[in-house]
Design a protein around this ligand. Structure first.
Ligand code: GLN
Length: 271
């Protein structure tokens, strides 16, 4: 089977995905151990029998809903290729806006804390941009801590310390900037029954109080860990902007502001 024919076949089969052609390209490039541009450059090349059956097996798993990132074991975030597995959330493009916004509040030698780091996406992106910053990240899950450490090592990012902690439970020190993409989905949200989230840990997605309990807890405790004029940035659901601003203002934070995501929805609130 030729590369172009394999892509047409897979695109057709994956038509219920949001991005059938892209899924097919990423999976085939993964099998061939090439960049996706190779597929466009050599459409007439034939797959070997092993490549064809490996590709078919991946397409079948994708058809069953398994996220592309889990099938390839990697996801790019902030141009960093991150290892991904089923112990954490798969990094989302919208979370890059949190990184971009946080950078605006970070001096070159800032001290930065990331709560619930998962793959390490946010803190590794910040640390890669700010080599003189002191970066700390925590996660409740030992598997996530291990994965984030592997990502830091693989990317050769050395100004990050990653450790296990239940939110601020084992955190020590004061920070200029605290960031988090905590769980914020309500357990009854129909969104949890569709797409990649079905394969991600509920502990990284779901929070009580209509999804706001962890955001509230972080905001309450962050006050004790922020330096004077420090900054807290939290990602939240697109309908939670008002509620999060209210939580922040009840806790007497100042300069509260919500930033929109690529879809023009409320996504990050800063204080
Ligand atoms: N933004 C993710 C989603 O909607 C959820 C991320 C989270 O709960 N922190 O799928």
């Amino acid at each position: 089977m030729r590369i172009d024919d394999a892509l047409v076949w897979a695109k057709f089969l994956l038509s219920t995905s949001d991005s059938p052609l892209l899924d097919a390209q990423v999976l085939l490039a993964h099998v061939l151990e090439k960049e996706t541009v190779y597929l466009m450059t050599w459409p007439e090349r034939d797959l070997s029998a092993e490549q064809k059956s490996a590709f078919e097996a991946l397409v079948e798993q994708r058809l069953n809903g398994v996220p592309v990132a889990h099938l390839t074991g990697t996801r790019e975030f902030w141009s960093l290729p991150l290892k991904v597995n089923d112990s954490t959330l798969i990094p989302r493009p919208d979370t890059e806006i949190l990184v971009e916004t946080a950078l605006g509040f970070c001096a070159p030698n800032a001290t930065i804390l990331d709560l619930g780091t998962g793959t390490g996406a946010i803190i590794l992106a910040l640390a890669s941009e700010l080599p003189l910053a002191t970066c700390c990240a925590v996660d409740f899950s030992d598997d996530a801590v291990q994965l984030a450490r592997e990502n830091a090592a693989m990317l050769n990012i050395n100004n990050v310390t990653i450790s296990q902690s239940d939110w601020f439970g084992s955190v020590q020190g004061q920070f200029d900037v605290i960031v988090s993409n905590p769980p914020y989905i309500d357990e009854n949200d129909h969104h949890l029954k569709k797409g990649d989230v079905r394969f991600e840990p509920l502990s990284a997605l779901v929070a009580s109080e209509n999804g706001l309990s962890d955001i509230r807890l972080i905001a309450q405790q962050a006050r004790d860990y922020l330096n004077e004029n420090g900054c807290l940035l939290i990602e939240h659901g697109f309908e939670q902007g008002n509620a999060v601003r209210e939580i922040f203002s009840q806790l007497a934070y100042g300069n509260i502001k919500t930033i929109k995501d690529y879809g023009d929805n409320d996504r990050i609130t800063i204080a």
